[in-house]
Ligand binder design. Sequence first.
Ligand SMILES: *Cc1c(COP(=O)(O)O)cnc(C)c1O
Length: 404
Amino acid sequence: MEKYLNLEKQFGAQNYKPLPVVIAKGEGSWVWDTDGKKYLDMLASYSAGNQGPRQPKIIQAAKDQMEKITITSRAFVNDQMGQFLKKAADLAGYDRALPMNTGAEAVESAIKMARKWGEKVKGIPKDRCNIIVCENNFRRRTITIITFSTDDQYRDGFGPFTPGFKVAPFGDLEAIEALIDDETCAIMVEPIQGEGGVIIPPEGYLKGLQEISNRHNVLLMFDEIQVGLGRTGKMFCFEHEDAKPDVLILAKALGGGVYPVSVVLADNHIMDVFTPGDHGSTFGGNPLGAAVGIASLDVLLDEKLPERAAELGEFFSSSLRKIDCPVIKEIRSKGLMVGVEIKPEFGGARRFCEALMDRGILSKETHVTTIRFTPPLIITKEELDWALDIIKEVFAELGQEPIK
Ligand SMILES: *Cc1c(COP(=O)(O)O)cnc(C)c1O
């Protein structure tokens, strides 16, 4: 294992701080390191792995497509893309879907769409559109996206930034409404902040955002890259409040843990702002990605993974809440998206993640003090039971005495 850790250290840009485990294989809810040690995967690649590693139907779809054609470019039409876009659009209830690859590209695409809609449809003067986003949003990617980061580290050294964003506190409807002016084209939020530490907004927030965006003629855009596709116990997070946004952004689990696939979904009156040449992607909508996307959605539906996330998430989080340990500040959860916030005097969440790793559970700290548990949605109750025993042990061991 040392060998691989050293290769990463020596030759990789050091833009990550991984736990020191080298994964070589995965099956079901489990992964194995290069020494053959087995771990329960309770991160699922930040929800890119909702369907579990190497899900057989998704792998089969990818293999079948690889035997035919994998990339055609958008200079031509391929036989997979249309079927995939129809499936995604029908499932979420939109007229059209714009295919991209990664989440960051889909967010950028949504921003372009909103701005062009602002100028061409709403009539905002040229180069004046603003978009309202929330503090503590997902960061660290493109220049435009880090522009609206509210964490200094993610901006430090990367300027100059993209103008046209305003930042409101997350969960505060009045603050958002107060920021809206005649030049606001959109509000873009994550319905639950994942990277931000599994932050769940107050009940009614999503519905409230919908009302505000309707009242002011601005587009409501939800980034469901992490929380969509079953994770929170519904296929889409907006369904918890029946608050369908004007624009929905999906990625991560749309690629079934195999291949990067993302889409931006919207109805005709918004998507139609794009005309040939406006926007594009060489790999976006390629037949391999589209075939994988179709299979990924089919598996979520056929295996009823959102329902499973609701049921097992309830079991897991209520069991965690029964653990009586002074280290736990708060447990936040929706479906199988669970954050356990550790009190600051216990030295951060990473120690806990390392101890869990030693005992065969992979999870990752987010925002220093929160342990995030987002297992694949195929996990079983027995596996969660096993994990709960270990989690209890680790809390009991590390969580009795504050360390600073
Ligand atoms: C992961 C993530 C992104 C970025 O997706 P990439 O595929 O890494 O570009 C954007 N928004 C949210 C909420 C995410 O979780």
